[in-house]
Design a protein around this ligand. Structure first.
Ligand code: ATP
Ligand code: MG
Length: 559
């Protein structure tokens, strides 16, 4: 593919529209979240697409809160959404708007429709309206109130607005076609009575527009040229077009649908995420196990990794379930070059180096990055007692186990070769300590000995290292498609969070940035709980994708 060729079908349409001089060559898009929860990875696709195509074409993008549902929306969510969009690296400049900014205009549009005999106040109950609507195979029936006069409708609508009627007693509906094969066209509701205040519009309104009425028209009011949305809105497009056909508006947005992003092992529905948060199943919307943007930020995913991932999966109309491994690979790639290396021992096993003088400390020089000399080096204290990883010792080791075993040798990274001489156990037979001896001629980088051993393990000095809480995150669900279950509780991974008391090298005391713990993965200080007094790290991602096989098999079974 040539660099100048559009990357996907939407960019192709936009580039053709510009070439044809449509919308005077302008590109105006919007990202329209409803502030009823935090954003998730699916929203990142929409954000990157909307802000991306505008940026590429010197256009502009509105961040518009689709706030037509005051009962479920809040300022907390509004602020969280803004922070997430900024974190992803996008800027709406002064194009911040709300569907509620257009409540007056929407009300005017409704009265215009009434005057054209294209809308009426219906006094059927919600249940009756549902019954009258018909089904996919049966046409609907006209409401007995469908033929009210314009004057009566105008009067009723203004009294609905002024709070004269109870919630549920009547609604305003478009007058389109009760036998349309498209159910969205069977006299959809435009306004319903809700006697609650609105987080942005205050207590001015007793009626609120329905999403379908507000959404398309807000696009038109704002001069959006390309209204990009997910596939489920395809059947709503005729309705949005109908509104545009009835009302004379200066702009006519073009709606283009694309498929939602679904991520394996993750939930991408605010409603279902909300249930996990409210139910205390996770620790808030920013729980690092959630595929919310706030969760990924706290987990330590760099925003560049999320953007790369979105670029990699592309934009199509095909439904898909993307492997979590693809996202994690983007994270690894984005961190690999940037994260300095450090040493930490997650499950410490004490090693006494019996021939190393008591009380003596040697300083070992450790490279901060194997591929980037500019990252420099640091000093690591080496002493008679060190910690190594429990998993790096095996008493009954297979022949190919090249780490510590009785009588076996291993290199301590940036230090010496040691040999395991004695295994110390407690009363019940658990290994609690190893006694080893070191070969003073094998100091790393000294060139004094070129003796080689097959294994190299990480370590920290017992006395100089510090305790740290390390949170090891794993998949939150045991099923690849949790979104397809009404009740996800039986499918939670009981091991999605393991907390270990680790020991970390002294250089980590001041850690403010993401590091690679050698041989273990990428970790970052927790944005909330980490302090100089108590070190707390989150595992961002392991070095290798340990789920790849399981995930591939599960996805294959799906399709
Ligand atoms: P949710 O079910 O999580 O509430 P939603 O579509 O109702 O999702 P909105 O706040 O209405 O959430 O979404 C804002 C924008 O983000 C919409 O344009 C929507 O199409 C888009 N979007 C939401 N989820 C995804 C997804 N999984 N993939 C791509 N775009 C998405
Ligand atoms: Mg929605």
């Amino acid at each position: 593919m040539n660099d100048n060729e559009p990357k996907d079908f939407i960019r192709q349409i936009i580039s053709d529209d510009i070439a044809a001089g449509k919308h005077e060559g302008a590109v105006v898009t919007r990202f329209p979240p409803e502030p009823n929860g935090f954003l998730h990875i699916g929203h990142a696709k929409s954000i990157c697409l909307n802000f991306g195509v505008a940026e590429e074409n010197a256009g502009k993008t509105f961040l518009r809160f689709d706030d037509t549902n005051p009962g479920k929306e809040s300022l907390e969510y509004v602020e969280a959404i803004k922070a997430d969009v900024r974190w992803l690296g996008f800027d709406w400049a002064d194009h911040l708007s709300h569907a509620s900014d257009y409540f007056d205009q929407l009300y005017d549009a409704a009265t215009q429709l009434i005057k054209m005999d294209k809308a009426y106040v219906d006094s059927l109950s919600a249940e009756e309206i549902r019954d009258y609507r018909g089904t996919l195979t049966e046409p609907g029936k006209n409401s007995p109130h469908r033929d009210r006069s314009s004057d009566e409708n105008l009067d009723l609508l203004s009294r609905m607005r002024d709070g004269e009627f109870d919630e549920g007693s009547c609604v305003l509906r478009a007058k389109i076609d009760m036998s349309s094969p498209n159910i969205n066209m069977r006299d959809p509701t435009l306004y319903r009575i809700r006697k609650i205040a609105h987080q942005n519009a205050g207590d001015k309104w007793n009626i609120y527009p329905m999403y379908d009425f507000a959404h398309g028209l807000s696009d038109a009011f704002e001069g959006v040229t390309h209204s990009l949305c997910t596939l489920e809105f395809q059947d709503h497009r005729p309705l949005y077009d109908w509104f545009l056909d009835q009302l004379s508006l200066p702009h006519r947005p073009r709606q283009i649908e694309f498929s939602r992003l679904n991520l394996a092992y993750a939930l991408t529905s605010k409603r279902k995420l909300n249930a996990l948060v409210e139910g205390g199943v996770v620790n808030g919307w920013d729980d690092p196990r959630l595929a919310t943007l706030a969760g990924m930020r706290r987990r330590g995913y760099p925003p560049s990794a999320v953007r790369d991932f979105i670029g990699r999966i592309g934009v199509t109309k095909k439904d898909n379930l993307i492997e979590m491994g693809v996202l994690e690979n983007s994270v690894r790639e984005n961190l690999g070059d940037e994260a300095p290396r450090r040493m930490a021992v997650l499950r410490p096993l004490k090693v006494v180096i019996t021939n190393f003088p008591e009380g003596e400390v040697e300083s070992m020089t450790a490279m901060n990055h194997p591929g980037r000399e500019g990252f420099g080096t640091r000093e690591m204290p080496f002493s008679r007692e060190i910690f190594v990883e429990q998993g790096d010792f095996m008493e009954e080791a297979p022949r190919k186990f090249f780490r510590l075993k009785p009588g076996g040798e291993v290199r301590l990274r940036f230090a010496y070769i040691i040999r395991c001489d004695e295994v110390i156990k407690d009363d019940v037979g658990n290994v609690i300590e190893l006694h080893c001896s070191y070969d003073p001629n094998t100091r790393s980088g000294s060139g004094s000995s070129d003796r080689k051993v097959k294994g190299t393990i990480h370590w920290v000095s017992a006395e100089h290292s510090q305790p740290a809480e390390v949170r090891l995150y794993d998949r939150l669900f045991t099923v690849v498609n949790p979104g397809s279950f009404d009740d996800v509780m039986p499918h939670l991974n009981p091991d999605s969070l393991e907390v270990v008391e680790a020991r970390v090298e002294p250089a980590l005391r001041l850690a403010e940035q993401t590091v690679q713990f050698e041989r273990l993965g990428y970790f970052c200080p927790d944005a909330v709980d980490h302090s100089e007094d108590k070190l707390v790290f989150n595992r961002i991602v392991t070095l290798r994708d340990t789920w790849a096989k399981v995930e591939k098999a599960a996805l294959q079974q799906q399709s």
